[in-house]
Write a protein that binds this ligand. Structure first.
Ligand SMILES: N[C@@H](CCC(=O)N[C@@H](CS)C(=O)NCC(=O)O)C(=O)O
Length: 220
């Protein structure tokens, strides 16, 4: 496995359609940090995330992982906060303490309350016909909470008028919702923010269809 040493370009272990990898790709792009991608296929041969070599990188057998500054970091939120603390350019957290708490609230609802319930390993366990309904149920339930939170925090973006880590989490989760054909009409604020960001260069470059491991029939 590639191990980054200090001063090397960071290496992101990523899967094109992984929403958690996508969060980190957005943050890296927004901060204009050049990085290399090491693709980990979550489906090939039962999933490369489960191979012994990758388990050494990420004991949860999930993407993303980031090799940076001579260290390997796992967990997308933790990685994004590390980037924020070590690369203060283009801040992704507000200065104001209450607003910071609000950003973390939205990140947590998505990263703890929605994504894990529709993650691949859970869907394999749920199995067969039930997968779609299961995912729709949990995403809809979580989005009800996100929409309510956004009703008091959103400006142009999730919290006020600056892009924050909450936006890095929201956009990939909306993509997942569409994948599972969730009815998004009850969530006008989520939809408005997603539309606002869809053509932002940092978000576009991080999009699954722009990834080197995206299957050619889907890639742009
Ligand atoms: N809490 C972790 C979750 C990571 C995660 O669930 N990654 C998914 C892709 S978005 C994954 O690797 N799934 C592989 C599997 O379920 O086997 C994070 O935020 O990094």
């Amino acid at each position: 496995m590639v191990d980054a040493t200090e001063n090397d370009k960071p290496v992101l272990y990523s899967y094109w359609r992984s929403s958690c990898s996508w969060r980190v790709r957005i943050a890296l792009n927004l901060k204009e940090i050049p990085y290399d991608i090491k693709a980990v296929s979550l489906i090939k041969g039962g999933g490369e995330q489960h191979c012994n070599e990758y388990r050494e990188v990420n004991p949860m057998e999930q993407v993303p992982s980031l090799c940076i500054d001579g260290h390997t970091l796992v967990e997308s939120l933790s990685i994004m906060h590390y980037l924020e603390e070590t690369r203060p350019q283009r801040p992704l957290m507000p200065q104001n303490c209450l607003k910071r708490a609000k950003v973390r609230e939205i990140c947590e609802v998505i990263s703890s309350g929605i994504q894990p319930l529709q993650n691949l390993i859970v869907l394999i366990y749920v199995g067969g016909e039930k997968k779609k309904e299961w995912s729709q149920h949990w995403i809809t339930r979580g989005f009800r909470a996100v929409e309510k939170l956004l009703s008091t925090t959103a400006g142009k973006y999730c919290v006020g008028d600056e892009i924050t880590l909450a936006d890095c989490c929201l956009v990939p989760q909306v993509f997942n919702a569409r994948r599972f054909h969730v009815d998004l009409r009850p969530f006008p604020i989520i939809l408005r923010i997603d539309r606002e960001l869809e053509n932002h260069p940092a978000f576009r470059a991080a999009h699954p269809s722009s990834q080197p491991d995206c299957p050619p029939e889907i890639a742009k």
